[in-house]
Design a protein around this ligand. Structure first.
Ligand SMILES: *Cc1c(COP(=O)(O)O)cnc(C)c1O
Length: 219
């Protein structure tokens, strides 16, 4: 299948599951995850009308997105990978949404940079629902207090929560936990679900699914 056909297939599957789950059409956004793919692979997806993209490394994104964004200014670029505070300035300059806030140091660095650059980004707090030691994200038990710090003290526009469930488990309970935590924090957006499990994520209330290989091919 060509990249255009795979994008159409994913878009259609999202619409079908959303409808079956009784969700409003258009209530689930597709973040097309273009990490490891170059501008020549990404442009056809933009040409199909896709506007929301995700990257997991600041430096890699800097190499391809300024030019792509210049051509298509209404692109919305999401950072979905771990962020070091020494990259906060670059991240704030390039991205529209940062989904991977998971500690105070990075939250403070981002707040400072938004202020310095006069930019208002949108943010998600990443939660380590499986408490996996090698994975980024907050302990679920610390999420509510952390969201309060980000919102009330640092004045960050926190839209929602994001998670990456353990690869080897059925993801349903992780998606359910993220939805419960978001509700407790008064947050409406849930970024969850990847190529292998985005349909399940939508059933559990995902408002954004992050799909890479099902669109761009294997990495
Ligand atoms: C790579 C990545 C994805 C997309 O994964 P696929 O399985 O290729 O769809 C989603 N979320 C994050 C955080 C990623 O790093």
């Amino acid at each position: 299948m060509e990249i255009e056909a795979r994008l159409a297939d994913v878009t259609q599957r999202i619409a079908e599951v959303a409808e079956k789950a009784g969700r409003r059409p258009g209530s689930v956004n597709l973040v097309a995850v273009s990490k490891t793919f170059d501008a020549d692979a990404i442009q056809p997806v933009i040409d199909c009308g896709q506007r929301i993209f995700g990257e997991n490394r600041v430096q890699e994104a800097q190499g391809k997105w300024p030019a792509l964004k210049e051509k298509t200014p209404d692109i919305e670029l999401h950072l979905i990978g771990p962020l070091q505070s020494n990259k906060a300035a670059d991240a704030v300059a390039l991205f529209d949404v940062i989904q991977s806030i998971d500690r105070e140091k990075i939250a403070r660095a981002l707040a400072d940079e938004c202020h310095k650059q006069g930019k208002a980004l949108r943010f998600y707090v990443q939660v380590n629902t499986g408490l996996e030691p090698q994975k980024a994200g907050l302990d679920p038990r610390e999420t509510a207090a952390f969201v309060t710090l980000c919102r009330d003290e640092l004045k960050l526009n926190i839209e929602g929560l994001m998670c990456i469930p353990p690869a080897e488990e059925y993801p349903g309970p992780h998606f359910a936990l993220l939805a419960k935590l978001a509700k407790e924090c008064g947050l409406e957006k849930l970024s969850m679900g990847m190529s292998g499990d985005f349909e399940t994520a939508i059933e559990f209330g995902a408002t954004s699914v992050r799909v890479g290989s099902a669109i761009f091919g294997t990495r």
